[in-house]
Design a protein around this ligand. Structure first.
Ligand code: TXA
Ligand code: MG
Length: 323
């Protein structure tokens, strides 16, 4: 597919990594937990390429990495507890899930359609320098193919993703070796969504309360559609539509026209060229827009079950089933 460059951990390597990210490419980079597979979080097509490279069968919300708490506050809303956690544990292996800020630039796709955002300020000096030079939030899941173990050095990354990403910034071995702790602060008592590099006890000592656990706020990473705050269209979703019925909204894919499309209340095409990366990039915002048209049903063209089509169809099936 493409040549994956191994970039040295020096000024030239960093500058190149930042340039690749800024033009929508994929760069794996070290953090203090594991290597992340980074893309510009504000660029939905770049984010779609992450899911494609990892071969993820569904859209998990991704953690957006930023260079400072100040930068994080432009993307998410921090209540008092969230702010205390950020001040105590950032930079470091803690991810905070908070409501999106009105100024949030992070794409719907990186958030898997949620109204919340997972934010983290990594402590690794290379990650920090890369984020500073990139100057925007970087979405980064662990840099492994779906279903494989998280990589803690550049060789692991290349073993999984060579030829599928633009570059890996080689910073040697990651130190912590387990992923960040994820705590959601969406009102009420914070919840531990995933144990990780910061111990539960350290967090509980700071906030002076036990963290809630369990799935109510939603943690099943394979089922983002089940997250409590997950966006579900108000309209019914009709899959594999071969025609559009009067008053329906239409979500199309590809060049082929559907009969009745001229009567649709609103029409959007995920990708006229049938490009699944482009389609994934548009999916969540188009669903929202069509829902806002007030149509009772959104009819969706069939989408191939190949590549990113698998994750797109997974999300659409959830939208069709969520009632
Ligand atoms: O240490 C780490 O956290 C590494 C490095 C690269 O930073 N990243 C990582 O990302 O482990 P990933 O994609 O493997 O895990 C992200 C998980 C999702 O599966 C989801 O459970 C949770 O973070 N997450 C992210 N945003 C969320 C949100 N808005 N609501 C709930 N969970 C969220
Ligand atoms: Mg992972």
């Amino acid at each position: 597919m493409r040549q994956t460059e191994r970039l040295a951990a020096d000024a030239a390597g960093l500058a190149q990594a930042a340039a690749i990210l800024r033009r929508g490419g994929l760069v794996a980079f070290p953090t203090e937990t594991v290597y992340g597979l980074g893309a510009d979080a504000t660029d939905a097509e770049a984010v779609a390429r992450i899911y494609a490279a990892k071969e993820r069968p569904s859209f998990n919300p991704l953690i957006a990495h930023v260079d400072s708490f100040e930068s994080a506050k432009k993307q998410g809303l921090f209540d008092e507890t969230a702010a205390r956690l950020a001040e105590a544990f950032w930079p470091g292996p803690l991810t905070l899930v908070v409501p999106v800020a009105p100024t949030c630039m992070i794409s719907d796709l990186a958030r898997a359609g949620l109204d919340s955002i997972g934010l983290r300020v990594p402590a690794h000096p290379l990650a920090h320098a890369l984020l500073e030079q990139t100057g925007r939030p970087v979405a980064a899941p662990s840099a492994n193919r779906s279903g494989r173990v998280s990589p803690t050095d550049a060789d692991h990354v290349l073993g999984d993703l060579d030829g599928r990403i633009d570059a890996v910034l080689d910073g040697g071995a990651a130190q912590v070796g387990v992923e960040s702790t994820i705590v959601s602060c969406l009102g009420g008592t914070p919840r531990l969504l995933r144990p990780g590099g910061v111990a539960r006890e350290a967090i509980e000592a700071l906030i002076g309360a036990k963290l809630e656990t369990g799935s109510e706020a939603g943690t099943n990473p394979l089922a983002p559609g089940m997250l409590a705050s997950h966006y579900a269209p108000r309209a019914q979703v009709r899959l594999n539509a071969t025609n559009i019925r009067p008053g329906e909204a239409a979500l199309l894919f590809g060049a082929e026209p559907l009969s009745g499309a001229e009567t649709a209340r609103a029409t959007l095409n995920l990708s006229k060229n049938g490009d699944l990366v482009e389609a994934a990039a548009h999916l969540f915002s188009y669903l929202r827009q069509l829902d806002a048209s007030g149509a009772a049903t959104i009819a969706v063209s069939s989408i191939p079950e190949t590549g990113l089509g698998e994750a797109i169809n997974d999300r659409l099936r959830r939208a069709a089933a969520e009632r």
